[in-house]
Design a protein around this ligand. Structure first.
Ligand SMILES: CC(C)(COP(=O)(O)OP(=O)(O)OC[C@H]1O[C@@H](n2cnc3c(N)ncnc32)[C@H](O)[C@@H]1OP(=O)(O)O)[C@@H](O)C(=O)NCCC(=O)NCCS
Length: 179
């Protein structure tokens, strides 16, 4: 992984840009019914590649950020993805922290650690003043992560692929003035 850009380090994790060679592990997450329980459907390999093409590779080029690979510093294993992408919210298009881990790595605090590091990176390195996470009202594990990372929660509605309005929780962090 000599030529992929490292983004940040936390106590147990490294977040770096995703490489094409990471895609088989990420495809496994997005093809798994339990991992995708709160998504409209699982994705096949092509669907996952399209997703990371848009939210990682093209986003790196266009925005300088995107979904990043979450790596266990000790083992070097790829645990999943976590990063910052532009998503439509009640405020328009804004930077959002998202996370998806392979299920063997749940229950160890990795998503909270990675998302917290992304929030701090957004404020201190990217210079953002607000960052959010959008969560499905049924996705309790993700709500617990977002509640630990962010300061407050609102509710908003956004259209799904069929144009129906779906309620979502919007978890919000704002940089304190002077911080
Ligand atoms: C959302 C998702 C990442 C949450 O995973 P998770 O393992 O519950 O979250 P974390 O990695 O932060 O782990 C937190 C849990 O680890 C426990 N834990 C164990 N060891 C820990 C440690 N050393 N440090 C911190 N927490 C630890 C915590 O008590 C916590 O449990 P709790 O949530 O029951 O209180 C995971 O369910 C997932 O990948 N789902 C599929 C994709 C998805 O839905 N993404 C979100 C879209 S909005």
């Amino acid at each position: 992984m000599g030529d992929v850009r490292e983004i940040l380090r936390s106590e147990r994790l490294v977040l770096r840009e995703i490489a094409v060679s990471d895609l088989p592990v990420l495809e496994r997450i997005f093809a798994d019914p339990l991992c995708m329980r709160y998504y409209p459907s699982v994705k096949d390999a092509m669907g996952t590649r399209d997703f990371f093409d848009r939210l990682a590779f093209r986003s790196y080029q266009k925005n300088g950020f995107g979904l990043w690979a979450v790596i266990d510093r000790e083992s070097g294993d790829l645990l999943g993805d976590c990063g910052i992408t532009l998503q439509e919210t009640s405020e328009g298009l804004e930077p959002e922290i998202g996370y998806h881990l392979w299920l063997d790595h749940w229950g160890k605090g990795y998503a909270t650690e990675a998302a917290t590091a992304c929030r701090d990176h957004a404020f201190s390195v990217m210079g953002l003043s607000r960052i959010v996470s959008i969560v499905h009202p049924d996705n309790l594990p993700s709500q617990k992560v977002a509640a630990r990372v962010h300061q407050r929660r609102e509710t908003f509605s956004k259209p799904n692929a069929a144009g129906e309005m779906m309620e979502r929780y919007l978890y919000i962090s704002e940089r304190k003035p002077g911080a």
